[in-house]
Design a binder for this molecule. Structure first.
Ligand code: HEM
Length: 631
């Protein structure tokens, strides 16, 4: 198995451990002095827990990075095989460190040394019902599955998704759980950890594996684009997270937590310089080298040099790679030390912020009584959702720069973006968790209005490729199933309450509803090229069935049992006196908005059929289509 040269590993480990202990010492995360009569988990736990947490984060980052490298930074099958082998190791270690974190956290919680804590008979309760236990049990299980499936060829994209997902649960525990604005703290930390894993892990993958790739330049260029986006995401989400904890600027300079955050900001600035240096010098050298015909490096040249170059030397690959590889090796060491700083920070008590009055305990934020103005003025800015929307805007603008595009399509796309922005971060997302009628309108906008508008923006046509939509998603039955899945999942299978009470599930619902609706409307709208032919009559049938399902769900909500009673009892806002009436209002508003859009699409399809009939159709084309459809 190919690991970075030992010297690089040693320097990185020593730097990270030194930074971790220094931060624990300075930040107050170090073991407390023993107090007679008070239980203590012991030094093994008090020093072991942050150390194992750092190891856990390093394993998570390496697993994500190697899978990402395999998916996006190399086309060399031999390198992909090497990546798979390494993933087995790193992901197994990840699962082990997650299990060790459970044992150490339980010991820390109970104030008992590990053996006594494990023998205290509360282990099962801890892993099944306590957020810290649940979070790391979930991580251990997913990491184990990744380790088991890592050698499966072609599984990398799915395993990458699973690995990024498995890096997130720790954001739910620790300081985020008690932060002033819990949802914003959790979202910003989830985005922070995911972006850091992609950035740091991606560089580790390029440094350890792609260094041998004849196509290193191709891989490095792709990594460089990803790194720039991840850098921005790490910085922005880190600052938002720090703001939620510090509650203002003064504590940044007046508290130890604040000064450690400043250290992180400095680390990010230093790493920014590395990125700039790569873009200005080392990648340029790589590209220049790639343009030259390969010349063999004299073996035994500057011995120290060639030793450092590792297996490239003598393969004609070295030469212009060294500046890049050396700078990247130092960069990975600084990144690992910054992660150690982060773990130390997560064990440093943030300054007590003045309690924000009137925070709704269940929601985790202040929600004044509802009014039309407030529905327009309130907001719940979520970094993950904002990043997603920024991605949609940038992707469409990049497409527009490449070709002349009908104005109507562009207007439809950006109208969809505006509705998405309001529905997912505006007053509807603030009041949605507390008021059924509001969330019904929110879901109707996210699941139907936004995707319909985005579909009429013809994103696939703009991106220039009918194969962008996987063939199986263009299957009419699959597209319909995608569209009706959300209301069935929420209201018929009873997941509505869970989706209301969990912020992570709420964010997931925003993404799933828009994505599933987009697949459906791309197939039925018929403005985008599809990987398979879909007859207009089939489209009309799909819309017809979708209308029937939405009406059925509407009737269920209108006449059926109350939804999420326990949750609304917990939220307990006194300005929604009659929950039953509010649910009926929601059923009418939500279903009403949805039906208006579906009927609009239906009419446009029928008009298209009639227009086609009026145009003396070239019978054979039509018949050929029908004949292909029957096959
Ligand atoms: C503007 C710069 C940055 C700021 C303001 C920042 C802020 C934060 C904050 C406030 C936390 C939560 C700590 C807690 O639980 O109390 C955090 C966690 C974290 N940060 Fe950063 N960060 C920054 C840059 C970075 C960089 C450059 C990296 C990686 C190279 C990084 C990696 C991490 C990791 C891995 C965690 C999670 C640690 C854990 O709980 O295991 N951060 N960061």
């Amino acid at each position: 198995m190919r690991f970075p040269p030992r010297a690089q590993v040693a320097v990185t480990v020593v730097a990270a451990v030194t930074v971790l202990f220094a931060v624990l010492w300075y930040g107050g995360g170090r073991p407390a002095a023993l107090v007679e009569g008070l239980p203590s988990p012991g030094l093994l736990t008090e020093w072991g827990l942050p150390l194992v947490r750092l190891l856990h984060d390093v394993c998570a980052v390496a697993t994500v990075g190697l899978l990402l490298t395999s998916v996006a930074f190399t086309r060399d099958e031999a390198i992909r095989t090497a990546a798979r082998r390494q993933v087995v190791w790193w992901s197994s270690a990840w699962a082990l460190t997650a299990l060790a974190t459970i044992a150490l956290t339980l010991s820390d919680f109970l104030g008992l040394p590990i053996p006594e804590a494990l023998g205290a008979g509360v282990f099962q309760t801890f892993v099944l019902y306590i957020p810290q236990g649940q979070a790391f049990l979930l991580v251990a299980m997913i990491a184990l599955v990744i380790a088991v499936c890592a050698m499966l060829k072609g599984a990398e994209p799915v395993l990458l998704g699973a690995a990024v997902f498995a890096a997130l649960p720790p954001a739910y525990v620790g300081h985020s759980a008690s932060a002033a604005d819990h949802n914003l703290a959790v979202s910003s930390l989830m985005l922070h950890i995911a972006a850091a894993a992609i950035w740091v892990g991606g560089l580790y993958g390029v440094l350890t594996l792609v260094r041998r790739d004849r196509d290193l330049v191709w891989g490095v260029r792709r990594f460089s684009t990803v790194a720039l986006c991840a850098y921005a995401a790490v910085g922005a989400s880190g600052l938002i997270n720090a703001w939620v904890r510090l509650g203002g600027l003064a504590p940044l300079f007046e508290s130890r937590y604040g000064l450690l955050v400043l250290a992180k900001i400095a680390a990010l600035a230093v790493l920014g310089w590395f990125g700039w240096r790569h873009r200005k010098v080392t990648i340029a050298r790589l590209e220049a080298g790639a343009a030259q015909p390969a010349q063999d490096e004299p073996v035994g040249g500057d011995s120290a040099e060639s030793a450092d170059d590792g297996p490239e030397s003598g393969t004609g690959l070295a030469g212009d790679r060294r500046p890049f590889l050396r700078l990247a090796a130092v960069e990975v060491a600084i990144m690992t030390a910054t992660m150690a700083l982060a773990v130390g920070l997560s064990r440093t008590a943030p300054p007590t912020t003045t309690d924000v009055p009137n925070v709704n305990a269940a929601l985790g934020y202040v929600l004044p009584s509802i009014s039309f103005d407030r529905l327009l003025s309130e907001s719940r800015l979520d970094p993950i959702i904002l990043l997603g929307i920024a991605g949609l805007v940038i992707a469409y603008l990049v497409g527009l720069r490449r070709q002349v595009w009908p104005v109507g399509r562009t207007v439809a796309w950006f109208a969809g973006i505006l509705v998405l922005l309001y529905a997912s971060t505006g007053g509807l997302s603030a009041y949605g968790p507390a008021v059924f009628s509001v969330v019904s309108v929110e879901y109707a906008l996210l699941g139907t209005v936004v995707p319909a508008l985005l579909a009429y923006g013809a994103p696939i046509g703009l991106a220039g490729g009918r194969e962008l939509l996987p063939r199986f998603l263009a299957n009419p039955a699959v597209a319909l199933a995608c569209y009706v899945a959300s209301p069935v999942f929420l209201y018929l299978l009873g997941f509505f309450e869970l989706a209301q009470s969990s912020h992570a599930l709420h964010v997931a619902m925003v993404v799933v509803q828009v994505a599933a609706g987009l697949v459906f409307f791309i197939v039925v709208a018929g403005v985008d090229p599809l990987p398979r032919a879909v007859h207009t009559y089939t489209r009309i049938q799909l819309v017809g069935i979708a209308i029937a399902v939405q009406v059925a769900v509407g009737v269920l909500l209108l006449l059926g049992p109350l939804q999420a009673e326990d949750w609304y009892a917990l939220v307990a806002v006194d300005w929604v006196p009659d929950r039953a009436a509010d649910q009926q209002l929601g059923a009418l508003l939500g279903t009403g908005i949805t039906l208006v859009v579906l009927l609009g699409v239906l009419v446009s399809l029928v008009v298209r059929v009639l227009a086609a009939r009026r145009r003396v159709p070239i019978p054979n084309v039509q018949k050929m289509d029908d004949r292909r459809q029957k096959k």
